[in-house]
Design a protein around this ligand. Structure first.
Ligand code: AMP
Length: 284
């Protein structure tokens, strides 16, 4: 595995691979890698000849009151994990090179970025779409892999790729969970032992919601009410939102449709730690 931190060097490397007819896959991450990230790298391997994993804790997607400075980092461990998962190039740019002093340009996707996470993190997706655009221009991939864990991010990035005519394919990887159901996240290390135990409720609530939908419940507020009851029974849990939405528009549905699918998603804080999770539920 080659480690590259300079933008120019990364662009030259990917140009050379492209000239040699290789298919390039990129997996953008903020590091502190876990099995969720590694599953994305494995998936990229199946679709590309050359897999580039990027590690960059992107300051523009954090609000001033968020956890940018204390976001977990361990580049040595990440290097070993990225390599063992099949990364060919690990791209680790510096903040100074990605955002020099006179940096002026942002990419904004309208509308869908205001829903769900956007209500609580109004500048978040502007940071995400900006960094992803930069990473696409630097790594010039044919395919890019993102996790369903960040369901809204997938919708937003697909919209951006379509609107801005990026010539690449977005591949979505399923959510990887702990044995007890908690979705893997770099932020899980923030949880105290007690919060960690309580956090199991998120996946249980999503599974309960899925059962309701499959049993034919059509009223979103009944399902959300039940989920809220389960979650708030945990003493440390504070709900930011629980939503049952159309998976494309991300707008809350007024009734569960008779066919198709709904995106059930939530954000819940346990102490200082904000966790998100979701489930895409199909109605046959
Ligand atoms: P992050 O490092 O948190 O920005 O995540 C980098 C990529 O990994 C994003 O596309 C995430 O959606 C994906 N990811 C994070 N956690 C998981 C998980 N538990 N399962 C699948 N993909 C994940």
């Amino acid at each position: 595995m080659r480690i590259i931190s300079s933008v120019r060097e990364m662009q030259q490397a990917t140009d050379n691979f492209r000239r040699a007819g290789k298919l390039i896959g990129v997996v953008p991450t903020m590091g502190y890698l876990h099995e969720g990230h590694l599953s994305l790298i494995h998936l990229a391997r199946r679709h590309a000849d050359v897999v580039i994993t990027t590690i960059f804790v992107n300051p523009t997607q954090f609000a001033p009151n968020e956890d940018f400075t204390k976001y977990p980092r361990d580049i040595e461990r990440d290097t070993a994990l990225a390599e063992s998962a099949g990364t060919d190039i690990l791209f680790t740019p510096s903040t100074d090179e990605m955002y020099p002093r006179e940096y002026r340009t942002y990419v904004v996707v309208e509308q869908i970025t205001k829903m769900l996470e956007g209500q609580f993190r109004p500048t978040h997706f502007r940071g995400v779409t900006t960094i992803v655009t930069k990473l696409f221009n630097i790594t010039k991939p044919h395919v890019a892999v993102f996790g369903q864990k960040d369901a809204q991010q997938v919708v937003v990035i697909k919209q951006m790729v379509k609107d801005l005519n990026f010539d690449l394919e977005i591949i979505v990887a399923p959510i990887v969970r702990e044995q007890d159901g908690l979705a893997l996240s770099s932020r899980n290390v923030y949880l105290s032992e007690s919060e960690r135990k309580q956090s199991i409720v998120l996946s249980s609530a999503l599974r309960r919601a899925e059962e309701y939908v499959h049993r034919g419940e059509k009223t979103p507020s009944r399902i959300i009410g039940e989920m809220k009851k389960m979650i708030t029974a945990q003493p440390s849990a504070r709900v930011d939102y629980i939503s049952i939405a159309d998976p494309a528009s991300l707008e809350d549905v007024s009734a569960i449709p008779h066919h198709g699918s709904v995106l059930i998603s939530l954000a819940v804080r346990f102490g200082q730690t904000r966790l998100i999770d979701n489930m895409l539920v199909y109605i046959p």
